[in-house]
Write a protein that binds this ligand. Structure first.
Ligand code: OX2
Length: 818
């Protein structure tokens, strides 16, 4: 008997059908006969919202009336993915939906596909935020996600005829968007610019120059089987002055709408950076915009109708998690609100503030730690600059009581000295919050030992680790229904969806050849599905009888897509030179997915190279279909959901000490892919859990990398030492992948040979050597699948439910609603 704990549907199919008809009629204004899948999508979404509405009210009421501290997850990005199917799953209505739309003459998949994916994030950081709010709701913890509803999400990636990345605007709101509820009556004023005056009583008053209206757009965040629905509140910027009548009367229409355009610019685009900040004033405006609105919103929610609330209780009502440095301006903002708006003294305000905030750092790259020129902050937020300076002064004084090491104190300044002082947001976050966490065990260690070493010396108790996780609802149940069914069959229960450590129960089944064969059949069917999807969406012809070898993530030098493509070229060169007999080559299909930041020259050139390697290799008859390279453009959550379940081998090959965690690595392991990877980020913990014998490890460790930097790294040495590496790089230089033009990739080749900051060349030989182990195992399907199954069985730890449980215990000190 299989135990089923999935949520019970609140509706019958008939009721669902009637409701859809009703929405089609009254909301969409079409008959079922006239309706398109897009109409049915909107109508069905409204129906789902309808059934979630009471739980949403109740969760909010219980949160405000109860004694359970809420979590405010402040994040510049929420990469949600499509909403409808996830909401149906979490609310228990998938079957009723499928039957209802079929009854109306539609294919459920067409209706699902009609949803446009909200692409409000760059990569891992934004997707993590989305997994976290799913888990918070599923665990019944009251929470708000607070962010920005960007009009244009991350750019839409296309490739031109030369294989270069082209960025197109992603206007995801072009069609009706049934999930967001715009709540004009709960908007907040956010001020900018102007000056600070000192009043007669010595208190300060900020006299801003301009303001925008922050209007919340609320999204339901239904928990899986928890009966709870939390809120994702994304702010959109509106102008207070639609237009300036005086200017308009002078017949200057464009200038008359200027205030509106300027205000609305704030929430217009998501900055397409990942791990490197861009010093744009607009970005700081965005950060302040959503954080200021969110802080005021939380006060409104938790002290309804109170003019003089007792904000000393604020940290008992809500804890704000700062998702990286983007929301850190919230620290001086809360200080300002408490002091200037509510009249608290500095010390009380500081006590409230430091008890309210905590900070998650997601990087180790020094260039990714945001720093703002004090001048810019002064122009945009003059009062905040004063407060930041005072925080800095007090902080330095406190440090002087803790250490005599003047150099150390100087290194820890929040505001640097000199002609062009800078504000270091990571330091402000560390000083102004209760806890700092990294996102994987290794990352948190390196944060303490390297990046924030001085801070951890003096405040060791502030530092902790919470290893990332991913939601099993979206990334197993929705993405991989076949594997989900097999897991449920194997475990005799579907309870693993809310308690992922139960996957451990699959471990004994790895000894059962029949079960392993079923597991292999699931992968094969998923590969066939993906081949059909790739054909439909991209026109690719993938052979599902080859190994599917995937590398999907942002394009960044430290992630080392170069290593993958060079190894592939080396293999190609082996075939071309006759060094290996093509008939002995294990057939592989290598699939890349990656966006590069538009201004990131070498990353974009790497994309161009991959596309051209694909063009050449896929069309070379000498290769006999043994090597295939595909690069589906515009990698996003939807593509991830199709591709991850179909992958045999996943690449996590960053230079050790550079990838903070990775979360793709977890999704792949949970979907039964094997990983080839370095000892970096969460790979370390994945390998520990799945077993060293079930993970393809290669490459230098953090210590070896450091040592090599110290000794003086010379990439050319490696080029000379490994003839296969030399052959591969020479092939890039000699025009093979650029129609004979030797200059196309010259900057990339020059970088490899003279700089190679992330030591791709140094790890090349080890990476190519591990390929023989990989291929030998893949030639024994039963053994490969046994190991892949052991990956699934031992990756339950990487559920975002576990991450959230860790946050609750180590950082937030709160729990589910009663
Ligand atoms: C990413 C990190 O690069 C990645 O390693 C991590 O898994 C993810 O955040 C979630 O923690 N911007 N994106 C990241 O860091 C920054 C900065």
């Amino acid at each position: 008997m299989t135990e089923i704990t999935a949520p019970k549907s609140p509706v019958t199919t008939e009721e669902f059908t009637d409701r859809i008809r009703e929405q089609l009629k009254y909301a969409q204004g079409v008959t079922p006969e006239q309706a398109t899948p897009a109409d049915v999508y909107v109508a069905s979404s409204l129906v789902v919202r309808h059934y979630l509405q009471d739980a949403w009210f109740k969760t909010q009421q219980d949160m405000v009336n109860g004694n359970t501290k809420a979590v405010g997850y402040l994040s510049a990005e929420f990469l949600m993915g499509k909403q409808l199917r996830n909401a149906l799953l979490n609310a228990g209505m998938i079957d009723q939906f499928d039957a209802a739309v079929e009854g109306l003459g539609f294919k459920p998949q067409d209706v699902i596909d009609a949803e446009y994916e909200p692409a409000l994030g760059n990569g891992g950081l934004g997707r993590l935020a989305a997994c976290f709010i799913d888990s918070l709701a599923s665990l019944g913890v009251p929470a708000f996600g607070y962010g920005i509803q960007y009009r244009y999400g991350i750019f839409k990636q296309e490739f031109d005829k030369d294989g270069k990345q082209v960025e197109k605007p992603e206007y995801w709101l072009a069609n009706e968007e049934p999930w967001g509820h715009t709540d004009y009556n709960r908007s907040q004023r956010v001020n900018f610019g102007g000056k600070v005056v000192t009043k007669a009583d010595g208190s300060k008053e900020w006299q801003p120059e301009w303001s925008v209206r922050a209007v919340p757009v609320d999204y339901m965040v239904p928990g899986y089987a928890s009966g709870r629905v939390n809120t994702l509140r994304l702010w959109t910027a509106k102008s207070y002055d639609e237009f300036d009548l005086a200017t308009f009367n002078k017949s200057d229409y464009l200038n008359a709408v200027k205030p509106k355009v300027k205000a609305e610019d704030i929430s217009k685009i998501l900055y397409p950076e990942d791990s490197t900040p861009q010093g744009k004033a607009l970005r700081l405006e965005q950060q302040y915009f959503f954080v200021s609105a969110s802080i005021h919103d939380a006060i409104r929610v938790f002290y309804p109708g109170q003019d003089k609330p007792d904000l000393t209780t604020f940290p008992d009502k809500i804890t704000f998690q700062l998702n990286d440095t983007h929301p850190v301006i919230g620290i001086p903002e809360l200080m300002r609100v408490l002091i200037d708006e509510y009249g608290y003294d500095w010390n009380t305000a500081w006590d409230i503030t430091t008890r309210t905030f905590n900070y998650t750092c997601h990087t180790l790259l020094p260039e990714a730690l945001e720093v703002w020129p004090a001048k810019l902050i002064g122009e945009l937020l003059p009062r905040h600059l004063e407060i930041i300076k005072a925080i800095n002064t007090n902080f330095l004084a406190e440090l002087a009581t803790k250490t005599r090491d003047k150099a150390k104190i100087d290194r820890m300044r929040i505001v640097t000295e000199g002609d062009n002082p800078q504000v270091r947001m990571a330091y402000l976050a560390t000083a102004g919050g209760s806890h700092v966490n990294g996102v994987a065990a290794l990352h948190s260690e390196l944060l303490k030992d390297v990046t924030l070493r001085d801070f951890s010396d003096i405040y060791p108790d502030k530092f902790t680790n919470v290893t990332n996780g991913v939601t099993p609802r979206r990334f197993i149940r929705l993405a991989n229904p076949r594997l989900s069914a097999l897991i449920t069959e194997g475990l005799g229960t579907d309870r693993w969806l809310s308690d992922l450590e139960l996957l451990k129960g699959l471990e004994p089944l790895a000894k059962d050849d029949e079960f392993v064969k079923k597991f292999a059949a699931v992968k094969q069917a998923n590969k066939e599905d993906f081949a059909a999807y790739a054909k439909r969406e991209y026109g690719f012809e993938l052979d599902p009888n080859t190994m599917f070898n995937t590398m999907v993530k942002r394009l960044h030098e430290y992630k080392r897509q170069s290593l993958k493509i060079l190894a592939l070229i080396a293999k190609y060169a082996d075939i071309k030179s006759g060094k290996v007999n093509v008939d002995d080559v294990l057939p592989r299909t290598v699939i890349f997915g990656a966006k590069a930041a538009p201004g990131y020259y070498l990353a974009k050139m790497t994309i161009q190279l991959i596309n051209n390697v694909a063009r050449v290799v896929n069309n070379d008859p000498d290769v006999k279909g043994k090597l295939n390279v595909y690069f589906p453009w515009n990698y996003n959550v939807r593509l991830a959901q199709h591709l991850i379940p179909a992958t045999d081998l996943d690449e996590q090959i960053s230079q050790a000490g550079k990838e903070a965690s990775g979360t793709g690595n977890m999704k792949f392991a949970l979907n039964g892919a094997m990983t080839v990877g370095t000892l970096d980020g969460a790979n370390v913990e994945i390998r520990e859990r799945v077993g060293a014998e079930n993970f393809f490890l290669f490459g230098m460790t953090v210590d070896e990398v450091d040592k090599l930097y110290e000794e003086g790294y010379s990439p050319a040495k490696y080029y000379e030492a490994d003839p296969r590496l030399k052959a591969a790089i020479d092939m890039v230089s000699d025009g093979t992948f650029s129609n004979g033009d030797r200059n196309t990739y010259a900057p990339l080749v020059a970088d490899w040979l003279t700089k190679d900051w992330f030591m791709t060349l140094a790890d090349f030989t080890a990476y190519t050597e591990i390929q023989s182990d990989i291929e030998a195992l893949y030639r024994q399907p039963l053994e490969w699948n046994r190991k892949a199954l052991l990956n699934v069985a031992n990756s339950g730890y990487f559920s975002s439910d576990r991450s959230i449980t860790d946050y609750l215990e180590r950082i937030w000190h709160t729990g589910p609603l009663a």
